[in-house]
Each structure stands twice: as C-alpha cells, then as structure tokens.
Design a protein around this ligand. Sequence first.
Ligand code: FBP
Length: 547
Amino acid sequence: MTKSALQIARAAYQPKLPKALQGAVAVKEGEATQSVADQEAIQKLFPNTYGMPLIQFVEGADSEHAPMNVGVILSGGQAPGGHNVISGLFDGIKKLNPANKLYGFILGPGGLVDHKYKELTADIIDEYRNTGGFDIIGSGRTKLETVEQFEKGYEILKELGIKALVIIGGDDSNTNACVLAEYYAAKNYGIQVIGCPKTIDGDLKNEMIETSFGFDTACKTYSEVIGNIQRDCNSARKYWHFIKLMGRSASHIALECALQVQPNVCIVSEEVEEKNMSLDDVVTYIAQVVANRAADGNNFGTVLIPEGLIEFIPAMKSLIAELNDFLAHNGEEFNNIKRSKQREYIISKLSEANSAIYASLPEGVARQLSLDRDPHGNVQVSLIETEKLLSEMVATKLAAWKEEGKFVGKFAAQHHFFGYEGRCAAPSNFDADYCYSLGYTASMLMAAGKTGYMSSVRNTTAPAAEWIAGGVPITMMMNMERRHGEMKPVIQKALVKLEGAPFKAFAAQRETWAKETAYVYPGPIQYFGPSEVCDQPTKTLQLEQGK
Ligand code: FBP
C-alpha cells in the first residue's frame, strides 16, 4: 500500500495517556448511580446493570491477569480516531497479558450476528495507528436488539473464547451495548460489554463524558474548508455561501465551526425551537442580514446551517413525529404505492394540520421527509437539502423586498454540504490521544470485571497526563423516549444548551459577525509544531470548562 509522507511520519506518533494509566492501575469505586430520568422504568428494564458505581482508575500495584480474548465492533458513522481506540485497546490488553487476543467483527454489529470477524494482530494494528477511517474492520448500522441476535453473537463469542466485547458507537449503539450487557449478565454468560463514546455529532456527552471522539477533528476539518471559502468569498465579493454541516439533530458542529470561523450567519436549531420560529422566521432573519450587508455594499457572506434544522422548526417537528409513527406502522403499505402517488397518499393520511404543512413543502423536501428511516427510526436528515431550500426562499424574499425598495443589492448563492469530508480525517492530536486513552481505559474496565460501562476520560482541556480515566454505568445516561412508535430506554441525546457557555459566546458576537466581515481562517489541522497550534481542544470544550 503506498503511503503519503504524512501517513508515514504520523505512524510513529505515540499517543499520550493519562498518568494513572501509564503504569499498573487500581480501581477506585465511587457512589452508586441513578439514571438521568425515568429511574423506576430503567431500573426495571436493567435489573443487573442499574445503579452500579462510577469507576476511576488510579495508580496501583502490578498484579497478574488471567488471559482473556476480547472482541471489538465499530458501529454507525465513521469518526476520526476509531483506529486509535482499537490500538489503545490492543496495547491495554497486551499489557495485561501478552497472551490476550483481539478480534474485530467485520462491518459493524452485523459481523457479530453473522460471525464475520478477523483477529487483529500487532502487524495489522501497526498499519492503522493514528490514521482516520474505520477501514481496519469496517462499520455498519445494524441495530443489535433481538434475543436471536444476542444468542447468535453469544455463539461466536463462546467459540472464540471472548470474555469481553467493546462496542464503539454513538448514543443508539451504546444503548444497544447496554441492553446486550444486561442480557448476557441476566443469562450468566460471563461476557462483559463495554461502550466507547464515538460520533462527530458531539451529542453523546454529559457530566461524565465530556465529548464524543471525532468531534474535534471533524469540526477542525470543516472549519478549515469554511475558512477557505470565506477567504474566497471575501476576495470575489459576489456570492453568499450556504453551508450545511453534518451533525444529525444537534447543532454542536455548526456552533463549533461558527466559533472557529466567525461567519455572517449561523443558525442553531435548538434556538429556533426554543423561540418557536417558523421556516419563514428563519428565512427572514437570513434575508435581513443579506439586506443589511448589501446596504453597506457587501453582496457576499457565509451562512452555516446545521443538518437537523428542519426537525427543530416546531411545525416541522410535529409533522416529522407523525410521519415517523405513521411510517413505522404503515411503511410496507407506503412502499407498495406508486412513487407518483406517495405524496397524495401521505397527505390523505396525516392529521389536518400536518397534512397542510406537508402539502406546502417543495416536492423534493417532502419526498426526502418520507424516505426510508435509518435502522433506529430517525429521518435521514443528511439527505434533506436544507441549504438549497433556505437560499431559494431567501432569494424569493429578497426579490419581493427589492420591489418594495427594502433591498438594494445583488444576491447569488453557492451551496455546500460538509459531512463526509471530515468523518475519516486523520485524527488531530487531541483525538489521537483521547481515542487511544478511551480504548486503553476500556481494557482496564474489562480487567476490573465491569460490564454495562462506558469508557470515560475527563478533564480533557488539561494536558493528557492530567486526564481522569474511568467508567460510567451506561444506565446512568438513560431515559425513556418514543422510538418507532413505542417507549424505549435510550441514552439521552445532548443538544446545544442555550444557557451553555459556547452558545452564549456565539450569541454575544453574532451581530458583529453579521455586519462586519470578521472572518477567521483556521487553516488545516497541524500534527507537528508548537503546542498552541497542534493541541488546542475545541472552542466548545474550552468554553464549557471555563477556559
Ligand atoms: P453517528 O451517530 O452514527 O456517529 O452519525 C454520524 C453521522 O455522520 C451524522 O452526522 C449523519 O447524519 C449520519 O452519520 C449520516 O450517516 P450515513 O452516512 O450512514 O447516512
């Protein structure tokens, strides 16, 4: 395989570990825990894994560890640093006992069920250290949820002598990891299940999980490109760039990029919902910024749009919720209807208010809303072209304002969608260290005999040596939510908090950014060089931790 010069140099990078993990490790158990909400219901569903204590690793004395084989699964969307979680896990289990073996299940949770796996030996691991992507074993979105799947998984785990399984995934995959941990514990199968917090979306975080891995690198990659666009835009001075950013429901990515690049507009979905804004309100806001800049002679600018925006416009949210329930129960009938008749069919089946909204949507957007759900029942928001929808509506509004003399400039738009560009980027130093530490921590949770825990590394704005490694019972993060038309236990998604420091910092500056051309050009991620250039965590983390 031909490698780039950077890949070769980067392979030699030794990720940093928290001090407590650098030698022998001891376990410090904290208080018993409770779920964030719906305690009674969650406890009933997880009798064996509910209420366990928080775990922190501290420096300890050497001890013997019986050999054990370990399995690993990459689940869901790619996020930079996944290979380092696996290499940290590999180094951790080898340190515990060199006879330990690591098996990777191929293409996500489906590999466990279908018995597709490969042993990850030192040679293979070394090829992937500090690289982006999940290609070492591939990833997939199969949802592990049925007893049949759990039993099929057990067959192969038993055959390979695997005593512990690590599931690297987002909120839904970690929810499934917990359900699996509970099932194996209830059956006394002697298999531990540990989760690791992955997702570029940044929405798997709470008091104990400061950030999900991949968010740092993905945001820095998007910010680099947005910065480049801003410089182009400020050079040609003739385009408004509408830039949609991945992130599913939450606006963390858009907000972080805004803090890094200082665009003219950044829409935050959570604020749109809180202020009960309609689609027209959002369009009017953007059009006003365009008109104000035009009055100053600036017919150019940038608008950042979170991919989940549509779901947060209250009227759209209620429409999507009804569509989710409706399609969960009538999906087959819907799929059997001729494509040209599907829109009419949905209009005839929805409640009056939602039917009217659905009917008013442009054909393309309406179609995208009724397309297949992902395996967790979510609308595939990345398929909805919100950036075009908004720019078209802004153009229409500006044309009307022009007639009324309220807009004096020109408006020409360019569209972009950044998502896949960042999901497999080579991990930043932060993600390389954080992921390696998460994987290493997972191995220590296994050695401590834990199951139903998520690997946790905290104090992440301090130097890596001062990071705090441990484990959090996954049940602690759960609440009951409606999914596929039923109430289910799930890890609570972390949306942008409007009272949080990152949003407040943005809100305090956005009027200036709207009017002035205050662009920042972050440039590409740097892997070698001065620490202030290479090792900065995200602005979100820094602001959240009062830095
Ligand atoms: P995860 O929650 O699986 O980490 O998703 C990350 C993500 O990149 C989202 O931002 C995006 O909406 C989704 O994956 C797109 O997934 P896919 O490429 O499978 O359609």
